[in-house]
Design a protein around this ligand. Structure first.
Ligand code: PCA
Length: 326
């Protein structure tokens, strides 16, 4: 026996065989969009393995990382149309559909892991409800580390940002670019390296995590820590696939999802500073944004907060009030 995990798997497999249960009754494909080595993907694989082990193979979840089965922008539709049963996507990518999905990308609303967790607890029921209306069941959500700005030159204030070709990943990041005079193009994380290498873009807002995964030091020189927000990935299942599971299996999946949310969040927090240190170790200048830049970004943030509250309406305001009362 190599590890207790394998012992557990073996024990469950033997019990399954003795009880005469069929192996791998159900197989779910789980497309994920980010680098295979990224903690979100690794966490998704552990979640899948936990379900496989605990169900004795009755439900097998097969993770397809790195956008290999469906690209990020196609994953939600793939699950909604039954081409995959379960998937992971950046939640705020859907904010152009319904503003509420962008609650986690309101600048400077929640800027630490602790605040992000509270905001998620406040928003979760509304997100669960919205997804249920779209025939999707929410399983778990894990944040990205705080968002900062990548540039290929020193930037001390928004004046330095004018005309810069900027990679966005949702409508909030595109709006941030517009309000600072930059030119946004939406590009999936998997396509970042190519976009920077070919000069399609020269700047982005993201975490140290994605800069590290995509070796951004090969293309840009500066990372400014802004802690603007912590966007989230979420894992969801098609309601029909969910209903096909018996209650015991649903409970196992719910349990594994709870663990995955805790473990993935802890991992994000543990790795956050390490990622930024790796950018520096690979030659980038990493620093906190200057006071001037910070002030200008906060003004942009105020505009974006107003705009988001307008769009998200009473439901959005209720989430923010609930979060602020925690
Ligand atoms: N990485 C993802 C989303 C936010 C993050 O930190 C990306 O840049 O696409």
């Amino acid at each position: 026996m190599k590890t207790s995990k394998y012992t557990a798997a073996l024990t469950l497999a033997v019990c399954g065989a003795l009880a005469g249960t069929a192996v791998a009754d159900e197989k779910w494909d789980m497309p994920m969009a980010y680098a295979d080595s990224n903690y979100h993907t690794q966490n998704g694989k552990l979640f899948a393995e936990a379900v496989n082990i605990a169900t004795g193979g009755d439900l097998e979840i097969v993770v397809h990382g790195g956008g290999s089965l469906f690209k990020g922008g196609d994953i939600k539709r793939a699950v909604q149309t039954g081409q995959a049963q379960i998937g992971e996507r950046l939640l705020s990518a859907h904010q152009n559909e319904v503003a509420m999905f962008g609650f986690d990308s309101v600048p400077f609303l929640a800027t630490s892991f602790e605040a992000s967790e509270k905001l998620w607890q406040a928003a979760r029921p509304a997100i669960e409800k919205l997804l249920a209306e779209q025939n999707l069941v929410l399983l778990y959500s894990v944040p990205w580390p705080p968002q900062g700005l990548y540039f290929n030159k020193p930037v001390d204030d928004v004046d330095d940002m004018r005309g810069v070709k900027f990679r966005s990943y949702n409508s909030a990041t595109a709006r941030l670019a517009e309000l600072t005079g930059m030119v946004p193009t939406q590009i999936e994380a998997a396509e970042i390296t190519q976009a920077f290498a070919t000069g399609v873009v020269e700047s982005m807002v993201s975490s140290g995590s994605t800069g590290y995964d995509r070796k951004l030091w090969e293309h840009v020189s500066h990372f400014y820590e802004v802690n603007a927000w912590l966007p989230r990935n979420y894992v969801f299942v098609h309601a029909d696939a969910w209903e096909d599971l018996d209650e015991d299996t649903q409970n196992i999946v719910r349990g594994a999802a709870l663990l995955a949310e805790k473990a993935g969040t802890a991992k994000a927090q543990q790795l956050s500073d390490w990622y930024v240190a790796q950018l520096a170790a690979n030659g980038m200048k990493t620093q906190t944004a200057s006071r001037q830049l910070r002030n200008s970004l906060e003004k942009v943030g105020e505009t974006m907060t107003r705009e988001w509250l307008d769009k998200a309406g009473a439901a959005g305001r209720a989430v923010v009030e609930d979060y602020q009362s925690m």
